[in-house]
Design a protein around this ligand. Structure first.
Ligand code: PCP
Length: 397
């Protein structure tokens, strides 16, 4: 029987992550065997993706800052692509150089950080690319455990969403959260107009007046009611139409747009949310002004990053070696922008490379010491958006 006093959130502490307690048991056993037999192997471990999710031509590399935070002070050297780099399957993302028994226990956490960040950031980038100049608000925190809410908002923001809804993200990330209102507020008043009026009276004036217009009546009727109540103060209406009523969402949005326009409310923007994914964005992006996207970004297809030894240091030189199915040798990617014109070479022997091709992986850490200043969250996001502008639209999944 559980003692009430022992109830808690089942989440790991920073200390347990930093000390390698959060790992797979087979790594702890590997370290024990290597140490017991005095096997000290200096290796280069490469992080890469063999196969991207179906329909993905590229993905966004994210999570590097947390990886460097984890490895700081540990006897390793780290080469990596800058956080936010768009990459393709088969390209080296990061290389850790060091004695295997010194760092293998961290492989679980390193992969966990990179895979989770890159999966959310890549999906956010696809959604933002498809939304074009329309706003994308990330509403997905409710899809995941609250312990990682700041990380989830950060990953989605790196991927290019315009704003996040997490209240805690101002404290943890310095991002001013954005949102509208829940159906609960309207149900509590029992009347849309009372709820909208109360919101307008109570909430700070710099918060956009975007009223939820699908609680009791048809979206077209409630949108007009909100416009007639707030007039020029109304900045937008949110349609979170339940699936039972969805039918042809495009037609619903067209009705709302038409009705607002013929009554002189062309200034009122339309936000859609609820089950929004890439297909819906393609269908609605010419009609709406903003998308509220949650679950499809919060629970994205997994960017399956794996880590493999690709070189061993022997007789004072690096010898390519790896398991079947992988390419031996630590690698570098040379890229000619705009776009993803890439050449993959050996890290130490790139051969003849034309000067318009620039190396992507750089040395971030030497023997546990950070060598470079890391970019801010906004600078990483800008870098992602800049690369997205050079890419074709993804096929919507
Ligand atoms: C949801 C809530 C989220 C939206 C939809 C994200 O509506 O408004 O912001 O949906 P997604 O995860 O499917 O993309 P409700 O569940 O109706 O919640 P509420 O009444 O609080 O708006």
């Amino acid at each position: 029987m559980l003692l009430v006093s022992s109830m808690r959130f089942y989440i790991a502490s920073d200390e347990d992550i930093l000390n390698g307690v959060v790992t797979d048991i087979y790594f702890t056993r590997t370290v024990r065997v290597l140490k017991a037999k005095g096997v000290r192997r200096k290796v280069r471990m490469e992080f890469h993706v063999v196969k991207l999710p179906r329909g993905y031509d590229w993905a966004v590399f994210a999570g590097l800052e947390e990886v460097l935070y984890l490895l700081r002070g540990k006897p390793v050297t780290v080469y990596a692509m800058p956080e936010g780099t768009v990459f393709r399957a088969g390209e080296p993302l990061m290389i850790i150089e060091g004695y295997l028994d010194d760092f293998i226990v961290f492989e679980t956490a390193l992969l966990g950080i990179l895979r989770h960040y890159s999966s959310i950031a890549s999906k956010a980038a696809r959604v933002k690319k498809l939304a074009g100049d329309k706003t994308v608000l990330f509403f997905g925190l409710r899809a995941l455990h609250p312990a990682i809410a700041p990380m989830v908002d950060r990953a989605a923001y790196i991927g290019g969403v315009d704003a996040v809804s997490g209240y805690a993200s101002y404290k943890y990330l310095g991002l001013k959260p954005q949102g509208t209102m829940p159906h609960a507020l309207i149900i509590a008043f029992g009347n849309q107009i009372e709820a909208w009026r109360a919101f307008d009276e109570v909430i700070e004036k710099d918060v956009p007046r975007i009223m939820l217009v699908d609680t009791f009546y048809d979206e077209r009727i409630e949108a007009l009611m909100a416009a007639e109540l707030l007039k020029e103060k109304l900045q937008g209406v949110r349609l979170d139409t339940p699936s039972s009523r969805r039918g042809n969402m495009k037609q619903i949005v067209e009705e709302v747009r038409w009705t607002l326009d013929i009554h002189g409310y062309k200034h009122v923007k339309i936000v859609v949310s609820g089950g929004i994914d890439e297909k819906e964005i393609l269908e609605l992006r010419n009609l709406v002004d903003a998308f509220g996207v949650g679950t499809s970004i919060a629970n994205p297809p997994n960017i399956d990053i794996s880590a493999d030894i690709v070189e061993i240091h022997e007789n004072n030189e690096w010898r390519p070696i790896t398991k079947r199915g992988k390419l031996p040798g630590a690698k570098q990617v040379y890229r000619r922008r705009p776009g993803l014109n890439d050449i993959v070479t050996l890290l130490d022997k790139p051969g003849e490379i034309q000067e318009e091709y620039q190396p992507l992986l750089r040395k971030y850490m030497e023997n546990g010491e950070l060598l470079v200043n890391l970019p801010s969250l906004s600078e990483i996001r800008e870098y992602v958006l800049e690369q997205l502008r050079e890419l074709p639209e993804p096929m919507p999944m």
